[in-house]
Design a protein around this ligand. Structure first.
Ligand SMILES: CC(C)(COP(=O)(O)OP(=O)(O)OC[C@H]1O[C@@H](n2cnc3c(N)ncnc32)[C@H](O)[C@@H]1OP(=O)(O)O)[C@@H](O)C(=O)NCCC(=O)NCCS
Length: 163
């Protein structure tokens, strides 16, 4: 197993994993990933089993404390020194689930953000994943303003304690 940051060469494989993990109304498109990778490839973590991409996490950094829908589609909102690290997507291919891969990516992503001096990590998720993210140290802040994919989302945050 290997975990590494993304490059533009990973574009098609990333979009394919996304396509297999999310319904069309929620999946980011290849073009959206192309823009994200052009601006913040260092804010992607990819997990490979042998040479196959099986799980990944991504999201921009921003000074805004709350995750807004516009952020998904507009990579120019990324701030390299932003105080908050957003999580836009977390995916594991169906046949590789329940092995702890996503949890490992969330922990590594958060640890990287902490080392970069950010205040914490923010995500939105459906009701069914609130308990999962709570087990990874995130606190539920209630319903988000997001209408992404026309469904209801909770915003959750893990704030780092100062060293
Ligand atoms: C949500 C998602 C990313 C989880 O991926 P994953 O790699 O299976 O995640 P994990 O293995 O860390 O944890 C999943 C479950 O497996 C359990 N698990 C972890 N390691 C395990 C192991 N070795 N054996 C058995 N179960 C295990 C976890 O405790 C967790 O259980 P829970 O669902 O009861 O909380 C994946 O299901 C997915 O891609 N879903 C579709 C896209 C999506 O909804 N993404 C989230 C957007 S907010």
């Amino acid at each position: 197993m290997l975990i590494r940051h993304a490059t533009m060469d990973d574009l098609e494989e990333i979009a394919e994993v996304e396509r297999l993990c999310f319904p069309v109304s929620e999946a980011a498109s290849l073009e959206e990933f192309r823009e994200r990778l052009a601006v913040y490839a260092d804010c992607f973590l990819l997990l490979f089993d042998d040479d196959r991409l099986v799980s990944f996490i991504d999201g921009m950094a921003t000074d805004e404390a709350d995750l807004r829908d516009e952020m998904y589609a507009d990579a120019s909102l990324h701030r390299p020194d932003g105080r908050w690290q957003m999580i836009f997507g977390l995916n594991t291919l169906p046949e590789y689930r329940r092995r702890g891969y996503a949890a490992l990516l969330v922990r590594t992503f958060a640890e990287n953000a902490r080392k970069q001096g950010r205040l914490g990590v923010v995500l939105t998720c459906k009701e069914g994943l609130v308990a999962y993210y709570a087990s990874l140290g995130f606190k539920d802040e209630g319903m988000s303003s997001s209408t992404h994919g026309d469904t209801a989302w909770h915003q959750m945050r893990r704030t780092f304690r100062p060293d």
